[in-house]
Write a protein that binds this ligand. Structure first.
Ligand SMILES: [Zn+2]
Length: 138
């Protein structure tokens, strides 16, 4: 069993539960599509995010980016304390994958909670599978 597999086994249930808890905090009066995200950092801390919609639809922010920005704003996410895994209640959009790629490599595990809500059920992807080509300035 490699390190990544051990990490996923250790944190999957806790991370998925955190994402589902965050989902309950979503502000989604327009789409009623509530999403939760939980970002595991290298130091073991978990930072949650939920989608926050706005009457001006373009101002809406996804759960994944709320989690990343919350972690950055709290001084918790940095090159020295990068993400180690992400759990979400829905597949991330490409914009969120690009934001995640700023802080994580292609091997970031992305656990997507099973749509049927089965206990402990999730699909495992890696950031590089979901976004094989990343935009880079340099
Ligand atoms: Zn998104």
């Amino acid at each position: 069993m490699n390190t990544l597999t051990q990490l996923i086994d250790t944190y999957a249930e806790k991370l998925l539960q955190a994402a589902k808890t965050a989902q309950k905090q979503a502000y989604a009066p327009y789409s009623e599509f509530r999403v939760g995200a939980a970002l595991l950092l290298a130091d073991g801390e978990i930072v949650n995010g939920c989608n926050v919609e706005n009457a001006s639809y373009g101002a809406t922010v996804c759960a994944e980016r709320v989690a990343v920005w919350s972690a950055v704003a709290a001084g918790k996410l940095s090159p020295q304390n990068p993400p180690k895994a992400l759990a979400v209640t829905a597949l991330p959009c490409a914009l969120c994958l690009q934001v995640l790629s700023e802080f994580a490599g292609a091997d970031l595990p992305v656990l997507v909670a099973a749509a049927d809500g089965a206990e402990g059920g999730y699909r495992l992807f890696y950031l590089g599978d979901l976004l094989p080509q990343v935009f880079r300035l340099k």
